[in-house]
Ligand binder design. Structure first.
Ligand SMILES: [Zn+2]
Ligand SMILES: [Zn+2]
Length: 409
C-alpha cells in the first residue's frame, strides 16, 4: 500500500517561530494528504514530554492525537560536527534521526548526557574532536534500537554532508566504518533525484524528500514529501521501506527554487547595491567581485563537481511541485497565500478532491474543477502538474527562486 510521509520538521523549540499546535499540524496534514509526519525536535526534553503527553500510540511506533487519524513518527534533527584530520575547518552535517519509541528517546538523552552534550535546543549539536570519536557516537546511537534510523539531511545544502562548506569527496571520509548503516539520504529543497543519482556515493541509496518545515502552514507541511510502498501502516514498515528503497515517488521542489541553488550574493549584503548571480563562469576562488567576500558555492555547481557521468540514471520517480496554495495565489496575481480569495478557491478544491496530493495525482483536474474555479487557475494548476514552470531568477545566497508559471517562454 502507498503511504505519504513527510519525516522532517521542527517545533517551536527550534527557533524562528512560535509554538506550533499538533492539532493545527494534523489539520494541514489532512488537507495535504500526508499520512505520517515527523514530529520534529523529539529529543529536546520539553518537546519529548509534550509529545508524550499529547499523543497516544495507535500503531506500533506511530502516534496520534486522541480520536484523530493523522499519524506522527518520533523524529529529530541533530547537527554532527567533527574535525577530520585532512580538513582545515570543522566538518558539520545535519542528520535526521527516527525513533521507534519513547524508550529509545530516553536512551538517546542519556547518551547526550554521558557525552556532556547540551540538549537545550530543538536541534542539538553532537560534537566530537576527531573522526573515530564521531564514528563511535554514531554506533552508540545506532545501537539504541534495531529500528532507529540515521539519515543525512538535505545533503547538498551548505549544512549538508556533501555541501560546499564541507567539501567532502566521499561519504566514508565522515562516516568511516559506520557508512554501511547509512541507507538513505534526504534530497533537500535545492536538489532532486536527477542531480543526485549521478553522485557515486549516493547512486545506490534510498532518496527521501521531506519538508523540513518550521510551521503548520499550507505551503510548508508537505512542500516536499515521499510516497513509500509499505506492507502495513507501522513504524517498522516505514523503516523497512526506507532501508529497502521501496519508494513509489518523491515530490520535490524544483531545485532552482531552493535557497542555495546558484552561486552569488544578494543585494542587501554589505558593500552591495545590487545582487550578483553566477550561472556559469564562477570565480575560481569564489571571491565576490563586488564586496570581495567569499561566496558559498551553489548546490548546482557543487553537484556537478561530484557527479560521475558514466553512472546510468536509475528510474527513481519524482515530480517537481509547488504547494497548491502558492499556485492559487500566483494565479490570482496575489503575493499572499493568506488572502481570503485564495483561501476560498483552496476550500472549493478541497471539497472536490480528498487532499492536495490526490489533486496532483489526478488526471481529471479540468473536468472536476470546470466552472467551479476560474479557468486561469485551472490552467496554472495543470501547468504545475506538467512541470511547466520556472524560477527566474533561481534561488541563491539564502533567497528562494522567483516562481513563474506557464507563460515564461
Ligand atoms: Zn537541517
Ligand atoms: Zn558580495
Amino acid at each position: 500500500m502507498k503511504l505519504a510521509v513527510d519525516l522532517h520538521s521542527h517545533s517551536g523549540y527550534a527557533g524562528g517561530v512560535g509554538q506550533i499546535e499538533l492539532t493545527e499540524v494534523s489539520r494541514t496534514m489532512k488537507l495535504k494528504g500526508i499520512d505520517v509526519f515527523g514530529s520534529g525536535d523529539c529529543i529536546f526534553p520539553p518537546r519529548t514530554e509534550e509529545l508524550k503527553h499529547e499523543l497516544k500510540e495507535v500503531e506500533s511506533g506511530l502516534f496520534a492525537l486522541p480520536g484523530d487519524k493523522s499519524k506522527f513518527l518520533l523524529q529529530t534533527e541533530v547537527i554532527l560536527t567533527t574535525k577530520l584530520a585532512h580538513k582545515k575547518n570543522k566538518t558539520i552535517a545535519h542528520h535526521i534521526i527516527l525513533f521507534p519509541d519513547f524508550e529509545s528517546i530516553y536512551k538517546m538523552q542519556a547518551l547526550m548526557n554521558k557525552w556532556g552534550m547540551k540538549n537545550t535546543i530543538g536541534r542539538p549539536f553532537i560534537t566530537s574532536n576527531y573522526q573515530k570519536e564521531l564514528e563511535d557516537q554514531l554506533f552508540e546511537i545506532h545501537n539504541i534500537h534495531s529500528l532507529l534510523e540515521i539519515i543525512p539531511a538535505h545533503v547538498m545544502t551548505p549544512d549538508g554532508i556533501f555541501g560546499s562548506k564541507n567539501n567532502l569527496d566521499e561519504l566514508s571520509e565522515f562516516y568511516g566504518s559506520f557508512l554501511p548503516n547509512i541507507k538513505a539520504i534526504e534530497t533537500g529543497l535545492s536538489a532532486d533525484p536527477k542531480m543526485l543519482e549521478k553522485i557515486p556515493d549516493l547512486a545506490e541509496l534510498t532518496f527521501i524528500s521531506n519538508s523540513d518545515c518550521h510551521s503548520a502552514a499550507l505551503n510548508r507541511i508537505g512542500r516536499e514529501f515521499t510516497i513509500l510502498e509499505v506492507d502495513q501502516v507501522s513504524y517498522k514498515s516505514i523503516i523497512q521501506a526506507i532501508r529497502q528503497n521501496q519508494v513509489n515517488m518523491t515530490a520535490e521542489f524544483n531545485p532552482a527554487e531552493g535557497k542555495y541553488y546558484l552561486t552569488g550574493h544578494r543585494s542587501n549584503r554589505k558593500g552591495h547595491s545590487s545582487e550578483i548571480i553566477f550561472s556559469n563562469k564562477i570565480p575560481q576562488d569564489l571571491i565576490c567581485p563586488v564586496c570581495n567576500k567569499k561566496m558559498n558555492l551553489g548546490v548546482r555547481e557543487r553537484t556537478i563537481q561530484l557527479q560521475d557521468n558514466s553512472i546510468i540514471p536509475t528510474t527513481r520517480k519524482y515530480m517537481h511541485l509547488i504547494p497548491l496554495i502558492e499556485v492559487l495565489a500566483a494565479s490570482q496575481n496575489l503575493k499572499s497565500i493568506t488572502s481570503n480569495k485564495v483561501r476560498r478557491i483552496f476550500d472549493i478544491i478541497m471539497n472536490i478532491f480528498p487532499s492536495e496530493i490526490a489533486l496532483w495525482q489526478s488526471d481529471s483536474i479540468q473536468v472536476m474543477l470546470d466552472k467551479r474555479v476560474p479557468q486561469k487557475t485551472i490552467n496554472q494548476i495543470l501547468a504545475v502538474q506538467q512541470g511547466d514552470f520556472v524560477f527566474q531568477p533561481p534561488g541563491f545566497d539564502g533567497i528562494y527562486g522567483n516562481l513563474i508559471i506557464g507563460d515564461y517562454k
